[in-house]
Design a protein around this ligand. Structure first.
Ligand code: MNH
Length: 146
């Protein structure tokens, strides 16, 4: 579990993401599709787009915003997030059929993109965000199995 202090470090770094949620969300999805091509097949809306079409797609940007906004909601709960994660786990396991490993991949990508976009995202900030995303993924995984 995460301490109050660790959550506060996460929220401080995440405030940079909240200042450009669509831009960062878009960058995260584009990086996910570039670095882990298999993840693209999970998106009926995107799987037939070329790399150039993905880059300029307003739909990709809109979905990036949805992803970031959900993480913002979850992180602000500082671990008391079961009510947010249960429906998310249910849709991703049963409807979208997303392997839980893909959540580990997007977590790595989120930290990478944040490190590139945020000037003062130091080792402690990175470690806290990495840990928060691990808690998030682990707790989703629990609902996947139940
Ligand atoms: Mn995901 C839809 C949040 C990771 C594939 N995702 C949604 C929705 C939210 C969301 C919110 C809309 C409501 C719903 O369907 O439940 N998703 C997230 C978050 C993460 C995430 C916060 C992790 C961070 N999602 C992933 C990963 C994949 C994925 C990883 C696949 C590689 N998500 C989807 C697909 C949809 C979706 C597919 C449905 C998109 C659509 O057709 O509109």
């Amino acid at each position: 579990a995460m301490s109050e202090g660790e959550w506060n470090v996460v929220l401080k770094a995440w405030a940079h993401v909240e200042s450009d949620p669509a831009g960062i969300g878009q960058a995260v999805l584009l990086r996910l599709f570039a670095d882990h091509k298999e993840t693209l097949s999970s998106f009926p809306k995107f799987k037939n787009l070329s790399p150039a079409e993905l880059q300029s797609s307003g739909d990709v940007r809109a979905h990036g915003l949805i992803v970031v906004n959900k993480l913002t909601e979850v992180f602000k709960k500082k671990g008391e997030h079961a009510n947010s994660l249960k429906p998310l786990a249910e849709s991703h396991s049963k409807k979208h059929k997303i392997p839980i490993q893909y959540f580990e991949m997007i977590s790595d990508v989120i930290v990478k993109v944040m490190a590139e976009k945020i000037a003062d995202f130091g080792a402690d900030g990175q470690a806290a965000v990495r840990k928060a995303l691990k808690v998030f993924t682990t707790d989703i995984g629990i609902f996947y199995e139940s």
